[in-house]
Write a protein that binds this ligand. Structure first.
Ligand SMILES: Cc1cc2nc3c(=O)[nH]c(=O)nc-3n(C[C@H](O)[C@H](O)[C@H](O)COP(=O)(O)OP(=O)(O)OC[C@H]3O[C@@H](n4cnc5c(N)ncnc54)[C@H](O)[C@@H]3O)c2cc1C
Length: 417
């Protein structure tokens, strides 16, 4: 039975009240069950698949297709465009479930974040052309924002797009870096400047003005990529992608010209929320592995190491923190699905990502510690997650930038930069 309580105060934002219900709907439970069933099908080969993903940086095509066939890639896509419109919360539940079974895919997260952006900002023609392909698993998407001189500060990016004389194309020049999966992605969501920062400053326009987003074929003419040996992302490599007057179709513009900043946030929030879900799931996977080992491993006498509080308490503490991270993650996905004010979604997404990334890193540390030397064994399969969970302190948004956001927006403290 669902027990509903009514809250006032912050939750009842518009002076009214909001029901607070922690139960899942039938369809959300079905997504969790379907994801579990789908992954159970791979259970006999899990070790081999995980090895491919974590060690060889290769995400098996059959897994991608299975996610699509389970309807997960269509979660953010309305039925009219070939999806099921289930929403971000079911997708977050599925990502968490994946993590709990020890699977992670950054490009699934990126494809979902791009999808969210396309659904809300792309032209009708582009949506009809692309979204059914994504839902069916036939198109993978990457995301190109970061440049050598523009990471945390996206407004400083310098890659520019200028409209061609016939107006049908834009010519793109510049270089993106750290682009995950650019080699295997069929399309890229590319963030550029169509009005330079200097022009914005001289005209008194805000620095957020002048960004534009394009849907681009990363293997198109004038675009080249170079591998960037990087650690931390499972299943996919990072690339530097150079644009040398690359001609891209004008009809690939997503959202309004020069107004890409708002559209950008329709993708960055889902990215943070899904990264949080995945991290929380992996945290649970690692705690479970540690607990199984601690129940079994005997070092002194005949009692397993799990009976020592030095081993048990940190795992118990992480379990509580994982639950807090899970609640923040679900809340943020719910806020996105209910189309709350973007600032509210942004706040919830930041909290969720911060907490999940922190606890996931703690979980991998304690899983290694619990396993002793075996924690470093490739066969045990924990050590790979050390880099992946550590990355989350830095990307897709760093801890510092989240704390900056909270200090400024939630606490009203002055900005230092
Ligand atoms: C494995 C991997 C995969 C990636 N995949 C992608 C991708 O697919 N697409 C993409 O576009 N990008 C990608 N990135 C880039 C990633 O998003 C950036 O690395 C990240 O946003 C940080 O930017 P930066 O590296 O330029 O760090 P910088 O912005 O140079 O920051 C350096 C340090 O200074 C801190 N700092 C900066 N400003 C402040 C401030 N005002 N206050 C306090 N501290 C501050 C930062 O938090 C950080 O710790 C990836 C990165 C990695 C490592």
């Amino acid at each position: 039975m669902t027990v509903k309580r009514t809250l006032c105060g912050p939750a009842g934002r518009k002076g009214g009240s909001v029901a607070l219900d922690f139960s899942f709907s039938d369809s959300e439970e079905q997504v969790r069950a379907a994801t579990r069933r789908m992954l159970d099908g791979f259970a006999p080969r899990r070790a081999e698949l995980q090895r491919q993903i974590l060690k060889e940086q290769h995400f098996p095509e059959e897994l991608w297709q299975a996610f699509a066939d389970a309807g997960l890639l269509g979660s953010l896509i309305p039925e009219a465009y070939g999806g099921n419109g289930a929403g971000l919360l079911p997708l977050a539940i599925a990502m968490e479930e994946m993590g709990m079974q020890g699977y992670a895919s950054a490009l699934l997260v990126v494809t979902a974040m791009d999808t969210a952006c396309l659904v809300q900002n792309a032209s009708e023609e582009l949506k009809r052309r692309v979204l059914p392909e994504v839902a069916a698993g036939r198109q993978k998407l990457c995301f190109a924002l970061t440049e050598a001189t523009a990471g945390s500060n996206s407004f400083r990016l310098r890659t520019t797009a200028k409209r061609s004389q016939d107006g049908k194309h834009f010519l793109v020049t510049g270089e993106k870096t750290f682009i995950t999966g650019a080699d295997v992605a069929d399309r890229m969501l590319l963030v550029v400047r169509t009005t330079s920062l200097a022009d914005c400053q001289s005209k008194g326009l805000p620095k957020a003005y002048g960004l534009s987003i394009f849907f681009v074929d990363p293997k198109g003419p004038g675009i080249s990529m170079t591998p960037l040996p990087t650690r931390g992302i499972e299943g996919f490599r990072q690339w530097t992608v150079a644009f040398d007057e690359a001609e891209i179709p004008a009809d690939g513009l997503v959202g309004e010209l020069d107004q890409g900043a708002m559209a950008l946030f329709t993708s960055l929030n889902p990215e943070r929320i899904l990264a949080a879900a995945l991290a929380g799931g992996i945290g649970r996977h690692l705690v479970r592995k540690a607990v199984d080992y601690a129940k079994d491993r005997v070092v002194f006498g005949d009692r397993p190491i799990g009976s020592y509080q030095g081993i048990a308490h940190p795992l118990a503490e992480i379990t509580i923190e994982l639950e807090a991270a899970r609640l923040l993650t679900y809340k943020s996905a719910w806020a996105f699905d209910h189309r709350l004010d973007p600032a509210e979604v942004g706040q919830a997404a930041n909290y969720a990502k911060f907490q999940s990334a922190r606890v996931a890193l703690k979980a991998v540390d304690r899983a290694i510690q619990t396993h002793g030397g075996s924690g470093f064994s490739e066969d045990v399969g924990i050590i790979y997650f050390w880099e992946a969970m550590r990355l989350l302190k830095t990307a897709p948004i760093s801890e510092e930038m989240i704390l900056n956001y909270v200090a400024e927006h939630d606490l009203g403290l002055p900005r230092s930069y």
